[in-house]
Structures are given as C-alpha cells and as structure tokens.
Design a protein around this ligand. Structure first.
Ligand code: ADP
Ligand code: ADP
Length: 228
C-alpha cells in the first residue's frame, strides 16, 4: 500500500535526513517508525503526503507514484495526526472534527453529522464536547479529536507523528489501547512515528527501527525484541 524504493532526502542546507530507504507497508498494516530524535522519521512521513519531496528514489501509495500525484488529491486519501492533535484553537471541537470532510466538499450538515459520529467513536460525547474549544480539553482529549478529524473523511491511509507523546503515561497507555481497538475496527494502513521503543513494539504489526537516516531493522515485534 505504501512502498519506499531507495528513497533519499537531502535538505537544501545539505543535511541528509534519510538515505536509501526501502520498505513496504501492507494494506491494513500498522507500521511504527522508531528511533532517536533526528534520525529521519518525520521526514519519512512528510514525504508520503508531499509536505516535502524526496531528492532520490520514489514512493508509491496504492501503486501510484506520489511525485506524479496532485498533492491535494493525494492528501484526500491520507489522514494526518500530529502531537497535541494540531487543532484549530478558535474552532469548536465539532468544527475541528468536521474540517477535513468540509475541505473535501461535503455539505456542512453532512460533515457535522460525520464529525459527531467520529467523536463518539474516539470516546468523546459529541453533545458534551462538540461545542467546546480545544483549550477546554485535556491533552488526551485533544489527541482524540485529532484522530477523529483525521478519520472523518475515511482515508485508507493514516500518518501519525508522535500521536501519544504529549500526555502522561497513564493516559498514554489508555490512548494506545483505544487506538488499537479502533484500528482493529477500521483497518487503516498506518505509519506511526514514535521515539519510544516500548510503544513501537506494543502497537506495531511491524517496526522500522531507524539508525541515522536509515532503517536498520524492519521486522515484527517478536523479532525486534529477540534481537540482542
Ligand atoms: P526525526 O523525526 O527522527 O526526529 P527528522 O526527519 O525530523 O527526524 O530530521 C532528520 C534530519 O533532518 C535531522 O538532522 C534534522 O535536523 C534534519 N532536518 C529536518 N527538517 C529539516 C529542514 N527543513 N531543513 C534542514 N534539515 C532538516
Ligand atoms: P483523558 O484525557 O484521557 O480524558 P485526563 O486525565 O487528561 O484524561 O483528564 C481527565 C478529565 O479531566 C477529562 O475527562 C477532562 O474532562 C478533565 N480535564 C483535564 N484537563 C482539563 C482542562 N484543561 N480543561 C477542562 N477539563 C479538563
């Protein structure tokens, strides 16, 4: 579903972020990208939805070369979740959750109905939380709204950058479990960035362990844990 073929990225200032990246994420699979800060995880993810482009190699999503795909059309099929949810602070929770379907051209009424459905799905009562603003929610709740927003237009692919990073360990574990249950139901093709190896092996179907700019190991949790 997502295929990296010898992908390299050198930023204009000469920094090599990734080099010779090759791996494939199957349909419905959750792959975690794990490694220390600065090893190229976020760059990898941003090349999938063309927030930045590779300087060598290519990336295929659903068989299409993303370099030849219009970014707006590409992003319609790709939900994106960032730390803290990345919400619009001056819009209500309901409008935040409805933002992606609205951009995709849905009617206001249909987008809001869908947003309410998704809030329910991530464990937020739409009547209670829908009218609130992001600043009135806890970190974990904001993160859930971010997930609801990313899923609202039902994209086949989900990119998540440290989605459980900004909350305390107890909330974090709950969000991980809830997300696993949600993923079992919706079966998206997911790329998830984390710097926490425990999180990576707990939730990943397979794990890409990054060294500097490279994937040093790409395997199942059992195989990654079994390696000395
Ligand atoms: P990670 O997500 O693993 O922390 P990043 O992909 O953010 O890693 O960064 C990989 C490398 O690329 C780092 O050395 C970082 O400093 C560098 N980098 C990231 N973005 C830019 C940029 N816009 N311009 C120049 N260098 C960048
Ligand atoms: P979670 O994010 O998983 O719901 P938290 O421990 O972060 O759990 O929050 C527990 C409860 O406290 C939340 O349900 C929320 O109603 C309330 N809460 C936390 N932070 C805030 C806040 N900044 N403003 C309003 N309510 C909050």
């Amino acid at each position: 579903m997502i295929r990296f073929e010898q992908v390299g990225k050198v930023y204009p200032d000469g920094t090599t972020a990734v080099d010779g990246l090759s791996f494939e994420v199957r349909e419905g699979e959750l792959v975690t990208l794990v490694g220390p800060s600065g090893c190229g995880k976020t760059t990898t993810m941003m090349m999938v939805n063309r927030l930045t482009d590779p300087t060598s190699g290519r990336i295929l999503v659903g068989g299409e070369d993303v370099a030849r795909t219009d970014p707006v059309r590409l992003r319609r099929g790709i939900g994106y979740v960032i730390q803290q949810g990345g919400l619009f602070p001056h819009r209500t929770v309901l409008d935040n959750a409805a933002a992606v379907p609205l951009l995709a051209g849905w009617s206001r009424r249909r987008a809001r109905a869908r947003a309410a459905e998704l809030l329910e799905l991530v464990g937020l009562d739409p009547d209670t939380y829908g009218p609130r603003y992001p600043g009135q929610l806890s970190g974990g709740q904001r993160q859930r709204v971010g997930v609801a927003r990313a899923l609202a237009a039902d994209p086949p692919v989900l990119l998540m950058d440290e989605p459980f990073g900004a909350v305390d360990p107890v909330v974090r574990e709950r969000l991980q479990s809830e997300f696993l249950a949600l993923q079992a139901a919706v079966r998206k093709t997911v790329l998830l960035v984390t710097h926490d190896i425990e999180e990576a092996v707990r939730i990943g179907d397979r794990i890409a362990v990054y060294g500097q700019g490279r994937v040093a190991q790409f395997d199942t949790p059992a195989a990654v844990l079994g390696t000395p």
